[in-house]
Design a protein around this ligand. Structure first.
Ligand code: NDP
Ligand code: 8X3
Length: 257
């Protein structure tokens, strides 16, 4: 029997990409899935998909993690059977544009910082006290190679992932003396809707990001997330830095042109 069977997993940003693949991978382990994102229609479809994949139960919440009051309200008013989270996957995130800091639209910075940093903090603040009270739980945050090495025109996105790295490290220290675990999963390029969101729907520009390389797939990252969550309770994997074979770091790619 899987160590994860029957556990309650909360995945933020589950309607696409890594979040969706992660929710599906946990469903295949017989977990109970609490999933959130902003798009109701996708959440409705996801409920069916997770049930078919083997989830023990599914609960969906329409939630924009940028909205602090909405996060507080949604997560304090969960039905009782969804209030004890075993694993929180702070996945909701995005990038907006590729621009020089001194030319960029501050609206892009606000969306990235409000989602990737403040949203992660708002959700964590609501969920972790219960984990501490129960003396069990696991917070898995989505970082990036971008948080390890900054690339040109991506300073603010990279800064949000550097912040995620610091928050993960600090949260782990704050939780010393409890059995609550913290992991940062730091992938390189993953082929999801990420680049379409970054380029605001410009599919051609997004496709070029993945041209002539083999990127990671969302399922590769989901597999790593399920692996860290399924280690014995006394084992804490702090960080996984993972790329495809065609990526060396944030800057170095093997493009077969
Ligand atoms: P996708 O765009 O495919 O998925 C992003 C998910 O986040 C969607 O489900 C979206 O749903 C949700 N989301 C975005 N903003 C919010 C919000 N304000 N509130 C709630 N949900 C939100 O991208 P990825 O799967 O690639 O990205 C997932 C995470 O992985 C991000 O944190 C990203 O930074 C990180 N990452 C991605 C990499 C990549 O190359 N793709 C590499 C390294 C890390 P909805 O729009 O319905 O709200
Ligand atoms: C997403 C990967 O390299 O586009 O975190 O920033 S990258």
């Amino acid at each position: 029997m899987s160590r994860l069977q029957g556990k309650t997993i909360f995945v933020t940003g589950a309607t696409s990409g890594i979040g969706k693949a992660t929710a599906t991978a946990f469903a295949q382990q017989g977990c109970r899935l609490l999933v959130c994102a902003r798009r109701q229609d996708r959440l409705d479809a996801l409920r069916q998909e997770l049930t078919q994949a083997g989830a023990a139960a599914v609960h969906t919440v329409v939630l924009d993690v940028q909205q602090r009051t909405a996060v507080e309200t949604a997560l304090t008013s969960l039905p009782a059977e969804w209030s004890e989270i075993d694993v929180l996957v702070n996945n909701a995130g995005l990038s907006r544009g590729l621009s020089k800091v001194y030319e960029d639209d501050p609206q892009n910075w606000e969306e990235m910082i409000d989602t990737n940093v403040k949203g992660l903090l708002y959700v964590t603040r609501q969920i972790v006290p219960g984990m501490v009270a129960r003396n069990r739980g696991h917070v898995i945050n989505l970082g990036s190679t971008a948080g390890h090495l900054t690339y040109a025109n991506g300073a603010v996105y990279c800064a949000t992932k550097a912040a995620e790295k610091a928050i993960s490290e600090g949260l782990k220290l704050d939780l010393m003396g409890t059995a609550v675990r913290v992991t940062s999963i730091d992938p390189g390029m993953v082929q999801t809707e990420f680049s379409e969101v970054r380029f605001r729907g410009d599919a051609d520009r997004a496709a070029k990001v993945y041209q002539n390389i083999t990127p990671l797939q969302a399922e590769d990252v989901a597999e790593a997330i399920v692996w860290v969550a399924s280690r014995p309770a006394h084992v804490n994997i702090h960080d996984i830095l993972m790329t495809s074979i065609d990526q060396g770091n944030s800057l170095v790619f093997n493009r077969r042109t």
